[in-house]
Design a protein around this ligand. Structure first.
Ligand code: FES
Length: 111
């Protein structure tokens, strides 16, 4: 087993709000491969998952070990998530729905 530094669970259920979660995953894969080479899969694990129970807010994804839940992720957000969080270790605050141990951030806070 690899010693991953980050594990991303991407909801790929077809009912996950609007958007194309498969395109999100593909873009993330391409950017990680561009940045880290073909060995990136030893550092970052991308996993397609079923419903994360936040369907209306999707597309959704969760990044561990931080336990950061992102919501409403668009294709244009992927480079920022990759650069800032997956490679840089700093979550993208504006997309956080919930941060484990720190509670929910949105959409309740912005309502
Ligand atoms: S279908 Fe994606 S969170 Fe439910």
């Amino acid at each position: 087993m690899e010693d991953y530094s980050r594990h991303v669970f991407i909801c790929t259920s077809t009912t996950c709000a609007e958007g194309d979660p498969f395109a999100l995953r593909l873009k993330m894969h391409q950017l990680l491969r561009d940045k880290l080479g073909d060995e990136y899969e030893k550092k970052v694990k991308l996993t397609k998952t079923l419903c994360l129970a936040q369907c209306g807010l999707g597309p959704n994804m969760v990044v561990y070990p931080e336990g950061v839940w992102y919501y409403g992720v668009k294709l244009r957000d992927i480079p920022e998530i990759v650069e800032q969080h997956l490679l840089g270790g700093k979550p993208v605050e504006r997309l956080i729905l919930h941060h484990l141990g720190q509670g929910p951030r949105k959409p309740a806070e912005s309502a």
